[in-house]
Design a protein. Structure first.
Length: 293
């Protein structure tokens, strides 16, 4: 799965849903959880059904309410009804929560004549203290796991913190640790690592810094909470022409099968080759999807 930008859309807002149809985001997350008041969720479930009737140009994901919550059962039924590409799982305590959700989804898929395990899962894997301590258990991936992302807002509330930022405005150590563990767990599981959201949508410079830092460190995409965040995120996670050309040249000098090579006076070894292969694969995946923006 190579999706650069995941745009959250409150599922109870007809105006925002309609606007999202023209978004440059690679994926839309129609939100039934935090962005929707409890008494509006029946409306939101109806609207995602209406939204899904139109032809899709985005990967479609639904954020349900947590396993065991009052809304969970109706949320996954509504999700299956629109045949999304995936479900975003908030506040899982451990990967066992995803195994329980897998069983419920399998039952619904069977009842609706759908492809078994066609709906994938992306947990927000660090939103509770227990989840923080068990995020590395995803290295043994539960069924349907497509990606891991992380969250700092709910975790800071659960820890009783007054803020999740330090005096310089950067994530404090605890949240940087959660981020790093999520990245490592995703790579160990062989799934996509998706950077958390940049909460201040009026801070384009901060968003660009965060997105480019995430790309350099190995994340392949990022969450967005405002349409204006999509283009900078897409740009950060799209290999530049210079990156593409350098990667092509690196691969070319290894064409003989040598374990080491030289390019522009610098010695290269297998990690450089693997990185170049990642760049070309990402560029090709984006190009084939028509997502050069």
């Amino acid at each position: 799965m190579l999706l650069r930008s995941f745009l959250f859309v409150p599922a109870d807002s007809e105006r925002k849903l309609e606007k999202a149809r023209t978004s440059a985001a690679d994926a839309l997350i129609l939100d039934l959880e935090d962005a929707v008041a409890a008494d509006r969720r029946p409306v939101a479930r109806r609207l995602i059904h209406d939204f899904a009737r139109a032809p899709r140009r985005h990967s479609l994901w639904i954020r349900i309410n947590p396993l065991g919550s009052a809304d969970y059962g109706e949320d996954i039924e509504a999700a299956i009804a629109v045949r999304p590409d995936g479900v975003v799982v908030p506040k899982p305590e451990t990967p066992d929560d995803l195994r329980a959700i897998d069983k419920d989804l399998s039952r619904l898929e069977d009842a609706n004549g759908l492809v078994p395990r066609g709906v994938r899962l992306m947990p927000v894997a660090t939103e509770t203290p227990t989840a923080f301590l068990t995020v590395m258990d995803y290295r043994n991936p539960p069924p349907r796991l497509a990606a891991l992302t992380w969250g700092a807002e709910d975790l800071s509330a659960a820890l009783g913190a007054s803020t999740n930022r330090d005096e310089n405005g950067e994530f404090a150590f605890t949240y940087r640790m959660a981020r790093s563990l999520c990245l490592a767990a995703a790579k160990a599981a062989g799934v996509a690592a998706i950077e958390t959201l940049h909460a201040d949508f009026r801070d384009p410079a901060g968003l660009e810094r965060a997105a480019r830092a995430a790309q350099r460190e190995g994340f392949t995409g990022m969450l967005a909470i405002h349409p204006d965040q999509v283009e900078p995120i897409n740009a950060a996670f799209t290999p530049s022409a210079a990156d593409f050309e350098h990667a092509r040249r690196v691969i070319a000098v290894f064409a003989s099968g040598a374990g080491v090579a030289s390019l522009d006076g610098k010695m290269l070894d297998q990690p450089h080759l693997k990185q170049a292969q990642h760049v070309l694969a990402a560029a090709e995946a984006i190009r084939s999807r028509g997502g050069a923006s």
